[in-house]
Design a binder for this molecule. Structure first.
Ligand code: HDE
Length: 680
């Protein structure tokens, strides 16, 4: 499905406007004669109110901001499609999951949670992963995250959690960061956060790319088939390129060097025509097995280990088109976990139940009234008919005398549909109990899965988690809160909490870790697929390079799908010793070592040789300290030997026989943790 066959894109087409080459008019269509001088009484006199063009232009400008999302304000989206490859008919009656080959347009918005709309993208945070499926039976929104569990168990605590993690209200510090007193105070006093905090302190919270993150529906939903039989399900989205992360030092540098790092990555990948693909699947549990697990399947702070409940993949999501206008599409899109289609239903997860209220409510304010469903990006691709009328900015013109149900004047239409006719019939779950404000006993274990996650990490991943804890808790001014955090996380791991205590100046914990020895290999990123495709190499190059050598290496990189930037002293063209020329598309000052997955050091001559060399040495040192692979061309040796980098894992020299092959292999591996350097 491309631009011409994607029904959502087709639907958006009549709304897109090309202003290029056109005459300027007012919004009333009147041609404008002067757009630089307002109408005045005399050239030095006051402006006249009758200047309708000035008033319209200024009024529109004065009103062109809308409230940013209360959470997930910073986001970026793209269009694409979902293609079913295994029928799920046996489990769900959802029309888009019946026939293999069925294609459904999608619009995915990725986001950080805590930061404001203009905040940096590589901060430590959860990432939103919201997918709108424009199905033939209406919109299905999978409003997920890149982490499979959540901070709290009951929606009533969400405003408290968000108040705690957002910048503190008295000074609005810190921006887009959880490293402050109120968040950690909330964590220690609400210990259901334990599992999620382990994920937040892990590498999952600093993804390399939106294209390299998993997506999770988090809650337990239901599939319901044509016969009315249901299964509990959890949605999973798996990136075909595997799950990869930045390292913390790198993420911090990028936050300054390119605050748009993640959106740029997605935008450029799609603009270059490269493939962005994920698989969609579910874990399923039979209704009869609801109580078979040592956690409650309705508790959103718990995951279902994939080794126990495997993920069944059934379709592919491809992102292939950037938006035309970020405000019109990305900002105005309105996701809602309550947007489901027949065959997908809810459960009593108390976090999900609360979300079903919140999203519609928030859109009313953010998008200014009940007609936001008519904004082009939000419209379903199927027709919709009901008796809802009027409200601010109503677009559609509903004909006729009748706007109520039931009626006889319009032959009782629009009419409702039975189950057989495809009507949404809520799952008839049997519910009993007394009205009560309480938490189920089965929700009370907050530490077993936090430890399961810890147990599943490699030593390097554990070290990263430890470092993140030390960084974050060191930022907490209150000694009492620091102590409470240490006393809490001892239940996850004694060594972790003891090291943390020593690092943040509080007493070592006296408690004990929970007795869980199990691990889940699926949770470690070490076990993820690795490919060179779309990884980015910076070729650091000056005059006099060996043209045939560089050309052949760069061609091999491009053949492997690697993205290459030619980085020189300044923009322009460079000539090799053999007359071969290359065009420099980034200068050493316009880019930075953290923005590349690997460097290919060619070296050479420059106008300011001393500066050029010191810049190259700095690039090498940073890439080396970030455990990245480095390729060294025959002409790059003199500069490489002046850097702090040592020959060893991930350092590939042109003197090796199969340089290009070995270098691509190193790029594929991405990090070489066994370098003897102090940053980990
Ligand atoms: Fe959200 N969340 N959330 N959330 N959420 C919003 O809706 C809320 C939760 C998620 O790109 C808001 O339109 C409550 C879990 C994403 O536009 C708001 C609770 C998960 C996005 C809201 C949660 C999410 C939002 C803010 C606890 C993962 C961005 C603006 C009960 C499964 C969607 C808006 C986009 C956005 C409420 C918890 C994911 C206020 C009350 C769990 C990806 O309605």
């Amino acid at each position: 499905m491309d631009e011409t066959t994607n029904r959502k894109i087709q639907q958006l087409k009549p709304y897109t406007v090309n202003n290029y080459g056109k005459k300027m008019t007012t919004n009333q269509g009147v041609k404008v004669s002067d757009d630089e001088n307002s109408l005045k009484a005399g050239v030095r006199g006051p402006t006249l109110i009758e200047d309708f063009h000035f008033r319209e232009k200024m009024t529109h400008f004065d009103h062109e901001r809308i409230p940013e999302r209360v959470v997930h304000a910073r986001g970026f989206a793209a269009h694409g499609e979902f293609e079913l490859y295994h029928s799920m008919k046996e489990f769900t009656r959802a029309a888009f999951l019946q026939e293999p080959g069925t294609k459904t347009p999608v619009f995915i918005r990725f986001s950080t949670v805590a930061g404001s709309k203009g905040s940096a993208e590589t901060v430590r945070d959860v990432r939103g992963f919201a997918v709108k499926f424009y199905t033939e039976e209406g919109n299905f929104d999978l409003v997920g995250n890149n982490i499979p569990v959540f901070f709290i168990q009951d929606a009533i605590k969400f405003p408290d959690f968000v108040h705690a993690v957002k910048p503190e209200p008295h000074n609005e510090i810190p921006q887009a960061s959880s490293a402050h007193d109120t968040l950690w105070d909330f964590v220690a006093t609400n210990q259901e956060t334990a599992h999620m905090m382990m994920w937040l302190m892990s590498d999952r919270a600093i993804p390399r790319s939106f294209r390299m993150m998993e997506g999770f529906g988090v809650h337990t939903f239901r599939f319901v088939n044509e016969a009315g039989q249901a299964k509990f399900i959890k949605f999973h989205i798996k990136p075909r390129l595997g799950v990869h992360s930045l390292i913390w030092e790198e993420a911090q540098m990028i936050a300054g060097e390119d605050p748009d790092f993640h959106r740029r990555d997605l935008w450029e990948t799609i603009e270059h025509g490269n493939v962005v693909e994920y698989d969609l699947g579910v874990q399923m549990i039979d209704e009869k097995d609801e109580f078979m697990f040592d956690f409650d399947i309705l508790d959103a702070t718990k995951l279902w280990p994939e080794e126990i409940v495997p993920v069944r993949l059934f379709g592919k999501i491809t992102l292939n088109q950037n938006v035309e206008n970020v405000f019109a599409e990305t900002e105005q899109v309105a996701y809602h976990p309550g947007n489901v289609v027949p065959g997908i239903d809810f459960t009593n997860d108390p976090l999900l139940q609360g979300r079903l209220f919140s999203y519609l409510d928030t859109q009313l304010l953010r998008l200014g009234g009940p007609n936001f469903t008519e904004i082009p990006i939000n419209r379903p691709i199927c027709p919709f008919h009901n008796n809802q009328r009027d409200g601010f900015s109503r677009q559609r013109i509903d004909k006729g005398q009748v706007s109520y149900h039931k009626n006889s004047l319009a032959n009782n239409t629009p009419s409702t549909s039975t189950w057989k006719e495809g009507g949404f019939v809520h799952y008839a779950e049997k519910v009993e109990g007394r009205v009560i404000q309480a938490r189920s006993e089965s929700f009370k274990d907050h530490f077993s899965q936090a430890r399961l996650f810890w147990n599943s990490m490699t030593p390097v991943e554990k070290q990263h988690i430890m470092n993140a804890f030390i960084f974050e808790v060191s930022k907490v001014q209150s000694k009492s809160v620091r102590q409470q955090v240490v006393d809490m996380f001892v239940h996850v791991d004694k060594e972790l909490a003891t090291t943390l205590a020593d690092a943040v100046g509080v007493n070592r914990p006296t408690g004990e870790q929970v007795n869980v020895t199990a691990s889940s290999p699926a949770l470690s990123q070490e076990n993820t697929p690795k490919y060179p495709y779309t990884l980015k190499v910076g070729v650091l190059i000056g005059e006099g390079f060996n043209g045939s050598e560089v050309k052949s290496v760069v061609n091999s990189l491009l053949d492997a799908g690697v993205t290459v930037d030619i980085v020189g002293e300044k923009l322009g063209t460079l000539t090799g010793a053999d007359g071969i020329q290359v065009v420099v598309n980034q200068s050493l000052v316009s880019t930075a070592p953290s923005l590349f997955d690997s460097l290919y050091i060619v070296g050479g001559k420059a106008d300011n040789q001393k500066k050029f060399e010191s810049q190259l040495i700095n690039y090498i040192n940073v890439a080396y300290s970030q455990y990245k692979p480095i390729g060294v061309a025959s002409t790059g040796m003199p500069i490489f030997s002046k850097s702090d980098a040592k020959p060893g894992p991930g350092i590939v020299f042109a003197t090796e026989n199969d340089f290009a092959e070995d270098y691509i292999q190193a790029i594929t591996q991405q990090r070489f943790w066994d370098r003897n350097i102090y940053i980990t």
